[in-house]
Design a protein around this ligand. Structure first.
Ligand code: AMP
Length: 114
């Protein structure tokens, strides 16, 4: 499958990895829109929230545990941050491998969606 985030998860292309375990990997966004902009993905491919089946749904606690730990490591747990997932064309999704943006390090404001 020609998926750029699968390639990052498989270390076929380089990325700035900030967190990794058996199921989840997180790396810095290549085009950051905030001082801290990290993408958290399940290693196993699924397109978006809309394609989550029972197996993928069971990964969500691991993803949110990763988000919390990354926020602590990046020193944004107290100042705060935004978690976003875009789904489909109208949701502004560009990479069709489920991912959660973590945005922080400054006041993100209400309208910035990624
Ligand atoms: P979305 O619009 O929600 O699908 O977000 C996709 C994000 O992936 C964008 O913010 C891109 O900047 C980011 N992105 C695309 N390719 C890479 C890459 N090779 N490494 C890190 N981030 C990437």
């Amino acid at each position: 499958m020609d998926c750029i985030f699968c390639k990052i998860a498989n270390k076929e292309i380089p990325s700035d990895i900030v967190y990794e375990n058996e199921k989840v990997i997180a790396f810095r966004d290549i085009n950051p829109v905030a001082p801290v902009h990290i993408l958290v993905i399940p290693k196993e491919h699924t397109e978006s929230v809309q394609t989550l089946d029972d197996k993928h749904l069971s990964l969500l606690p691991d993803i949110f545990k990763a988000i919390k730990e990354i926020a602590e490591k990046e020193n944004i747990s107290e100042s705060g941050y935004r978690v976003i997932t875009n789904s489909g064309k109208h949701g502004g999704q560009e990479v069709f491998h489920l991912h959660f943006h973590i945005l922080g390090g400054e006041n993100i404001g209400k309208l910035r969606c990624k």
